[in-house]
Design a protein around this ligand. Structure first.
Ligand code: NAP
Ligand code: HSE
Length: 441
């Protein structure tokens, strides 16, 4: 550790979040020092970037000698006490975090992909070297949900989480609904605002939220979860038709994470665009905001709401972790993360999970289409609560149309079997698009 109570930070990554951490420490460093026993001063002593020549016009105050492109130089610098990983990805980031743990330097990261995909290896290293990994920023940006699960709910059996945990998707859905933007326009705005991942496909295909859901479920249920076991679909399938249709029925379309422990101990974990009743509080979560409803057997239901992405909110979580890491520097039992307490657990296959559904078919409009689809659904014992085929006012005789079915609750597997047969009909032109209808009761 550095002299007195000055703690050296090695900051890997100086993009949206990394530069936000710099800003926050510049702005509030003195306040943090006043609030911590011993007057801890958090000082960034090294910064890792990919491109030394990139213009950093908003950060001309950062001494150029702090920057490096060599992560070994950052991790091995004796002035670095804590390593912050904010470069993203699962390769170089893995090497940096592993090297820091081996050097017994606590790690702070916001990298949910890294922890969901390779957390098992990293938390084993953390245990082996008795050195913590802090990851508050990895789930729901500025909302302190990781601490809540690790600390505040430690006395609860967690019955379920449900929530909106990708700010970019929520922002895009909102802009498509309220401002009539196209998907591409709304995504461009989310990128410009610093909400999206470096690879925005992760936001729109549901995987960024899935990585976060895996972290929450692993903490709550105590067994490692293989991402391949979970069912994920994203908002890239949502069309304005779906949003308007949902609205007319009293629903909002949200990318919803559902994590639920069943009586047999199996865990339902899925990420899908869902219709949720407008009366439910999650339907009122707009823009970049996230919300996570946690149901504990003792605490009952609690809702955590706040900004789920963006520079300052995410930096707020990183800085909180930095203070916690600084407080525990040099103490034994530094492990902080996944402590598997179940040898193994079961993720419920998605085919066994049940809800009602909204299904959109792209069909060739000819007499009998509805009856052909309805016949197959009936043969699979799936009840229909409504059908609709929005007419294109500019072309009421269009040959290809969207046809929407609302279906009663049944296991997803039963629906998938029926849809395979429907898809084979010659009047159906592409794979049906399925959204859940959640009661969230
Ligand atoms: P970003 O804006 O793309 O910044 C990435 C930074 O890392 C840049 O400074 C880049 O260098 C540097 N970098 C990337 N790859 C590198 C490599 N191989 N070697 C050295 N430096 C490298 O990303 P971000 O939005 O700040 O996100 C960072 C992490 O935080 C990600 O794991 C993300 O999932 C997570 N996160 C982001 C948010 C958010 O709202 N953005 C919220 C929560 C968590 P250059 O500057 O030279 O390009
Ligand atoms: N891209 C992520 C989101 C950043 O939009 O939620 C926060 O993890």
């Amino acid at each position: 550790m550095n002299s007195c109570s000055s703690i050296g930070i090695g900051l890997a990554g100086f993009g949206t979040v990394g530069s936000g951490v710099w800003n926050t420490l510049q702005r509030n460093g003195k306040l943090i020092s006043e609030r911590t026993a011993g007057g801890t001063l958090l000082e960034i002593v090294r910064i890792l970037v990919r491109d030394l020549h990139k213009s950093r016009a908003t950060h001309e105050d950062v001494p150029t000698e702090l920057f490096t492109t060599d992560w070994h130089a950052l991790v091995n610098d004796p002035a670095v006490d804590i390593v912050v990983e904010l470069i993203g990805g699962t390769t170089d980031a893995f090497e940096i975090v592993a090297a820091a743990l081996r050097a017994k330097k606590p790690v702070v990261t916001g990298n949910k992909a890294l922890l969901a995909e390779r957390g098992r290896e990293l938390f084993a290293l953390s245990l082996e070297h008795d050195t913590p990994i802090h990851f508050e920023a990895a789930v729901a940006g500025g909302i302190p949900i990781i601490r809540t699960v690790q600390d505040s709910f430690i006395g609860n059996r967690i019955l379920s989480f449900s929530g909106i945990i990708n700010g970019t998707s929520n922002y895009i859905l909102g802009r498509m609904t309220d401002a009539g933007l196209t998907f591409e326009e709304a995504l461009g705005e989310a990128q410009a605002l610093g909400y999206a991942e470096a690879d925005p496909a992760l936001d729109v295909n549901g995987w960024d939220a899935a990585h976060k859901a895996i972290l929450l479920a692993t903490l709550a249920y105590g067994f490692p979860i293989d991402p391949k076991e979970i069912h994920v679909s994203g908002i890239d399938q949502v069309r304005p038709t779906d949003i308007h249709f949902a609205k007319s029925l009293g629903y909002a379309v949200k990318l919803l994470a559902v994590i639920r422990e069943h009586e047999d101990g199996s865990v339902e974990l899925r990420l899908q665009p869902s219709f949720i009743p407008k009366s439910n509080i999650l339907a009122s979560v707009h823009g970049v905001f996230n919300a996570v409803a946690v149901h504990g057997d003792a605490a009952g239901e609690s809702l955590f709401y706040g900004r789920g992405a963006g520079q300052d909110p995410t930096a707020s979580s990183v800085v909180a972790d930095l203070v916690e890491a600084a407080r525990s520097l040099g103490q034994a039992s530094g492990h902080r993360g996944f402590l598997p307490y179940r040898e193994s657990g079961r993720i419920m296959p998605v085919s066994e999970t049940s809800t009602a559904y909204y299904v959109r078919f792209d069909v060739t409009d000819r007499p009998g289409v509805i009856a052909e689809i309805a016949k197959i659904l009936a043969e699979h014992r799936i009840g229909i609560s409504g059908t609709h085929s929005p007419v294109n006012p500019n072309n009421p005789d269009a040959a290809f149309v969207d046809m929407v079915f609302l279906l009663h609750t049944c296991p997803f597997g039963q629906l998938q079997e029926a849809l395979l047969e429907v898809k084979a009909l010659d009047c159906v032109n592409s794979s049906p698009v399925v959204f859940r209808i959640e009661s969230l009761s």
